[in-house]
Design a protein around this ligand. Sequence first.
Ligand code: PDD
Length: 281
Amino acid sequence: RTVYVNGEYLPENEAKISIFDRGFLMADGVYEVTSVLDGKLIDFAGHAKRLERSLNELNMPHPDVLPDLLEVHRELVRLNGIEEGMIYLQITRGAPDDRDFVFPDPETTTPTVVLFTQNKPGLANSPAAKKGMKVISIEDQRWARRDIKTVQLLFPSMGKMMAKAAGKDDAWMVEDDAVTEGTSNNAYIIKDGKIITRHLGNEILHGITRAAVLRFAKEAQMQVEERSFTIAEAQDADEAFITSASTFVMPVVEIDDVAVGTGTPGPVATRLREIYLDESR
Ligand code: PDD
């Protein structure tokens, strides 16, 4: 793979980051994952906008390359011949001379910018979408600013491992009895034709796929309700699904060992997946 590090395109085994990088020492970094279909970036503008917001919320200096990130993404797609897959982008506060809780002086410490591609042929045609996912529920133990897309992914990673240990595919996180989101995706249920997903706030990531799917759903005259829901309500729903840049729209067919609806991907989730793939390409 050819990767991008601080202005250079390099073979992945030649890319280097300082051991003092605050992304490494303190998870002081933000990221974005943009999908690629037919060699084209999906929703790049949305990801770029959220990235800028994440930087601002953390008072992280903007790297000089920020206005040129679309070109860097396109160049990596080209250099690596990506038809279907993802581009991972990470920006950290950079590498000061030593470990220190205090933010470094932006005059002397510049942000670290890393991008790499993930080749995933067959992403859009994923067999998982035909099978649907099984999820467990776990308590949401992340920090309180989940609207910022930081690289602090230890708890989501642990959640995935808990799901795996239970023989399932993912975990939905719950706080004060309400579902926040999946470990790396937004969560939805469908009841009587209405699409229900948690309202935006600091408790969840404002998914770029979520925004697109809700827009397409409204355009298709589907009803959308943005509010929180419980696991019991989700188990009693007609359908459930998740969205993210890496899964698009993915049906959920089981929650805590209880089948949702018929226990197979439902018509609304399946249609939304088709609409999303059609419209965003
Ligand atoms: N995850 N919620 C969380 C906690 C996420 O990590 C993600 C994305 C989403 C969906 O956001 P979007 O639709 O913008 O991808 C929601 C990415 C894909 C990841 O961590 O790999």
